[in-house]
Design a protein around this ligand. Structure first.
Ligand SMILES: Cc1cc2nc3c(=O)[nH]c(=O)nc-3n(C[C@H](O)[C@H](O)[C@H](O)COP(=O)(O)OP(=O)(O)OC[C@H]3O[C@@H](n4cnc5c(N)ncnc54)[C@H](O)[C@@H]3O)c2cc1C
Length: 141
């Protein structure tokens, strides 16, 4: 990557990170979105309650969202994992698992949440499907 001095680095390139990236990119900020491709909904078969995207798979929605943001030359993407961040006098230094370093004035954490599964045999494997059913039942009630 050529430009390693950014206005904003966003850790996490799923819905939150891409939304932030689009707003900042449109505002002519030089943005880098770093993502390692593990959104929390990756196990679910399809999404609900999301107007214009009802019934699509998470991968389909993520692809469309990324294509929207890719239209802005001010936004760059990096596939990788951030392992270290440090405050500097100018902002922050970010390090990835491959040892690459970037500098940025501002840092956005859009790395999502980690769901902690109960210790019930088979529960984790069914998580995406279970949540999908729960959404449907909530809508029917
Ligand atoms: C099973 C399931 C089903 C769901 N179904 C629906 C639904 O039907 N409708 C609906 O509206 N919502 C649904 N949701 C909720 C929706 O998926 C979340 O609200 C949404 O994904 C949150 O987006 P996010 O960008 O905050 O986090 P995430 O989507 O979790 O994205 C976080 C991103 O950050 C990246 N990341 C994390 N740490 C690092 C790091 N150190 N370096 C680089 N990258 C990193 C991850 O790889 C990931 O891509 C569902 C959630 C789950 C778990």
């Amino acid at each position: 990557m050529e430009n390693k001095n950014l206005d904003v680095i966003i850790i996490g390139g799923s819905y939150s990170g891409l939304s932030a990236g689009m707003s900042l990119g449109r505002s002519l900020r030089n943005v880098l979105i770093i993502d390692n491709g593990k959104p929390c909904n990756r196990q679910t078969p399809h999404s609900h309650n999301f107007v214009t995207h009802d019934g699509k798979t998470p991968a389909e929605i993520a692809k469309l969202a990324k294509e929207d943001v890719e239209k802005y030359d001010t936004v760059q993407f990096y596939n990788g994992t951030v392992v270290k961040t440090a405050k500097t006098t100018e902002g922050f230094e970010i390090q990835t698992s491959s040892g690459e370093k970037f500098n940025t004035k501002k840092l956005i954490l859009a790395s999502g949440v980690k769901d902690i599964m109960p210790d019930i045999p088979g529960f984790a494997e069914c998580w995406g499907f279970l949540l999908s059913i729960a959404h449907t039942v909530m809508v029917m009630k």
